[in-house]
Design a protein around this ligand. Structure first.
Ligand SMILES: Nc1ncnc2c1ncn2[C@@H]1O[C@H](COP(=O)(O)OP(=O)(O)OP(=O)(O)O)[C@@H](O)[C@H]1O
Ligand SMILES: [Mg+2]
Length: 355
């Protein structure tokens, strides 16, 4: 019997050291044999954000041990792995270098193909462990560093139709949480405390809600939270502000996703909307997306909760898809701190941006 393809995925783009081993499953979604994620939450907690040098050092300390753990868990021998895939970008250069150099050494020593993976493509394909997703689909990528609407036409084929012109949504959650003293990472904290608050208490702005198509902006919302903070007296006030922030985000997502679907319809016959990235674990966001899909007769797809935030299984599945197309990379492939999925899309950040 023919042996099933085994792929190793390695992820170190930011503050998670992760290694996964997956197995191809023919026409069914691939099987995750091991998916080890070591979070550096404790390392960065006291700084309220990721410190690149500390993150890189921690990756260096852990990468070998996490790889051994993944091999043990999957009961796979290193030599039986068909290819080594690893995140080559985008991300923090010092962090990417650790995982990608490690992957290169493994590939060289084992004489196996090296596959450079775009971390964002990993997020985009992450729901494919659960679902047989067909191209084209509309993707709302909401993570710590990105917020974009993309038309996914195929492996490596992306057209960006909307993006944030300033902060990423995950960043807005993190900064709001920091301002309210809830800690880091902020998304899960804001979601938790919002449940105790009144979402109508504060009237917060929705920047560029009526212009810029499905481009988004969160910087003004964040500043409004900073201003409103002065008015807070009790714990309940804090919860109210958290709930008002989240409710405003939901309104923005509702309006902008509807516009994105309209644009998607003009260029594609697809009827699927995929939500991926760390912020996709937010239950209220999932609820609003399901509502939109019901209204628009679209089908919504979400990654499993443990595959929303950074992990290496999503890198391995991208590696597997590239492996099947024999898209291998040379050992001199560089890490790419900036690596947009749609390379032709205009850079839409900073003052003077014309929407
Ligand atoms: N329940 C939640 N609600 C809202 N945001 C959340 C939730 N859980 C996680 N997040 C946010 O998700 C982000 C992390 O997601 P992810 O790991 O995909 O980002 P990243 O890898 O740092 O960025 P990128 O993928 O753009 O490089 C953080 O900003 C975190 O606050
Ligand atoms: Mg990520």
């Amino acid at each position: 019997m023919k042996k099933k393809i085994l792929i190793m995925g390695i992820e170190t783009s930011c503050d998670e050291t992760a290694v996964s081993i997956i197995q191809d499953n023919g026409s069914k979604p691939p099987k995750i044999l091991a998916n080890i994620v070591s979070s550096q939450e404790q390392v960065h907690k006291k700084f309220g954000g990721v410190v690149p040098e500390l993150a890189a050092r921690s990756h260096l300390e852990k990468i070998e041990m996490i790889t051994k753990k993944a091999l043990k868990k999957s009961k796979v021998k290193l030599n039986d792995i068909n290819a080594i895939s690893a995140t080559a970008g985008p991300g923090l250069i010092v962090c990417l270098s650790v995982g990608f150099s490690f992957a290169k050494s493994l590939a060289l020593a084992l004489k196996k193909p090296l596959i450079a993976v775009n971390h964002l493509e990993g997020h985009a394909l992450s729901p494919m462990f659960e679902n047989k997703l067909k191209y084209p689909y509309l993707l709302l990528l909401i993570s710590g560093g990105h917020t974009q609407f993309l038309v996914v036409k195929g492996l490596g084929k992306y057209k960006r139709i909307g993006t944030t012109i300033d902060d990423a949504l995950g960043e807005a959650f993190d900064k709001t949480s920091k301002m309210l003293g809830f800690g880091f990472p902020g998304g899960p904290k804001i979601e938790k405390y919002s449940k105790k608050g009144d979402p109508k208490k504060f009237d917060l702005p929705m920047p560029i809600i009526n212009k810029g198509g499905c481009n988004l902006s969160f910087a003004g919302l964040k500043t409004a939270v900073l201003r409103a903070k002065i008015l807070l007296k009790t714990k309940k006030d804090k919860y109210d502000l958290a709930a008002s922030f989240q409710a405003t985000v939901l309104k923005i997502i509702y309006k902008k996703t509807k516009i994105a679907i309209g644009k998607f319809r003009k260029i594609s016959k697809g009827k699927s909307l995929v939500i991926a990235g760390g912020v996709a674990s937010n239950q209220e966001i999932r609820r609003i997306i399901k509502k939109i899909c019901y209204e628009e007769k679209f089908k919504s797809y979400f990654p499993k909760m443990n595959l929303c935030s950074d992990n290496a299984a999503m890198i391995a599945i991208t590696g597997l898809k590239k492996f099947k197309k024999r898209k291998f990379d040379k050992l001199n492939f560089p890490v790419r701190p900036r690596w947009p999925l749609d390379r032709r899309a205009k850079f839409l950040k900073g003052s003077g941006v014309k929407l």
